[in-house]
Write a protein that binds this ligand. Structure first.
Ligand code: MRU
Length: 357
């Protein structure tokens, strides 16, 4: 569906909105060459959009999951105004497991289900409240991360390396790591952003480059395998990335390639900062080894945009994410705090164990 003028759709504020019983999102598979809207009116459509990465990025898929439950609650409204709970819970389970790694998805679905007793309107009110909260969360985390980067790095202006897309497309507002980059840019502190392509689906090249271009932030695409070389040449002052799931000890799952960047950053003394909402923490997971990493189909590696780049029957190792050990992370910045895994992990592990006991 190409964006018709009449349809309320994602705007400068947010890339996903609720419009009269439907979730309207920018179809991220089409960017940067086409800006098309998808109007999702059923749970299966929401799940399909999450699985195929039309909607992607941990906070955004969480919000889509929550609004998917609202769609289900409206569809399963009983005559007395309540929801048919078992049917909504069954849809919620399918939504929560549409992708396995980003903990925001299950978290958001669990949270809207707490409103189920209040009926479809209460579920929708909870889901739309989460949209508004995500905006506020983004801004607070972005400012806190920008402050931290200013403290950590003396050089001005800054050269930043980022990976994947953590911006407006991945959240309901300015984004997490990309939000921090935009905040630094607003402070006139950014010389250049090196944007990792983020193969195979090129979230960096297609989406982050597009967002930076729109915001007039100077950037260059960085071949995925050139991140370490850029650091070795002294071209990077700080690495800023997002997260899909942060274990209690600070081990962080993020787009495949993040771990390699963290190893290179440690080797070259470059601060490596993760920016994420509190909802990306998973206190139920003690360490990164327990995080389930999504494996994507070989077809994504064998070809792109309809063009084959390898033998059609090639097998592939195509994990969507990797896990960076907390000991390689300088800080995890959220809307509420700055967490230094090397300093704070033992206490966090004890707290998590207590909560689970
Ligand atoms: O597979 P994707 O595109 O959903 O992966 C997204 C990432 O890895 C992001 O860095 C992460 O979700 C943080 S988005 C604020």
């Amino acid at each position: 569906m190409t964006a018709p003028a009449r349809v309320a759709g994602p705007d400068a504020e947010s890339s996903l909105v609720w419009d009269d019983g439907a979730l309207v999102v920018v179809d991220q598979r089409q960017l940067p060459h086409k800006v098309e809207l998808l109007r999702l009116e059923s749970v299966d459509e929401v799940i399909g959009a999450i699985r195929t990465l039309a909607i992607r990025g941990a906070p955004a898929i969480g919000l889509a999951g929550a609004l998917g439950v609202a769609i289900s609650a409206h569809r399963h409204r009983r005559a007395d105004g309540s929801c048919d709970e078992p049917l909504v819970r069954a849809d919620a389970e399918k939504l929560a497991t549409a992708r396995p790694t980003a903990v925001n998805l299950a978290w958001a679905v669990r949270r809207v289900l707490t409103a189920l007793e209040g009926g479809p309107e209460a579920v929708l009110a909870e889901a739309t409240a989460m949209l508004a909260e995500d905006r506020a969360t983004n801004l607070r985390a972005a400012r806190r991360a920008a402050d931290l980067v200013c403290d950590l790095v003396p050089r001005r202006p800054l050269r930043v390396l980022t990976h994947c897309n953590t911006g407006r497309l991945a959240t309901a507002a300015v984004g997490t790591a990309l939000g921090a980059i935009l905040e630094l840019h607003a402070r006139h502190l950014v010389a250049e952003v090196l944007v990792g392509e983020s193969r195979p689906l090129l979230q960096g090249a297609r989406l982050t480059a597009w967002e930076l271009d729109q915001a007039d932030v100077p950037y260059r695409l960085c071949v995925d395998s050139a991140g370490a070389a850029a650091m070795a040449r002294g071209m990077v002052d700080v690495v800023l990335v997002g997260a899909d799931r942060i274990a209690a000890n600070g081990d962080t799952a993020n787009k495949i390639g993040t771990y390699g960047l963290a190893v290179a950053a440690a080797r070259h003394g470059v601060p490596f900062v993760v920016v994420a909402p509190e909802s990306s923490w998973d206190p139920r997971t003690a360490g990164g080894e327990a995080i389930e990493v999504e494996e994507r189909p070989a077809a994504e590696v064998i070809g792109f945009g309809g063009t084959a780049v390898g033998p059609l029957d090639a097998r592939a190792f195509n994990p969507a994410f990797d896990v960076t050990p907390g000991e390689l992370i300088t800080a995890v910045v959220t809307e509420d705090r700055v967490f230094d895994p090397r300093r704070d992990a033992p206490a966090a592990g004890r707290d998590a164990a207590r909560q689970l006991a």
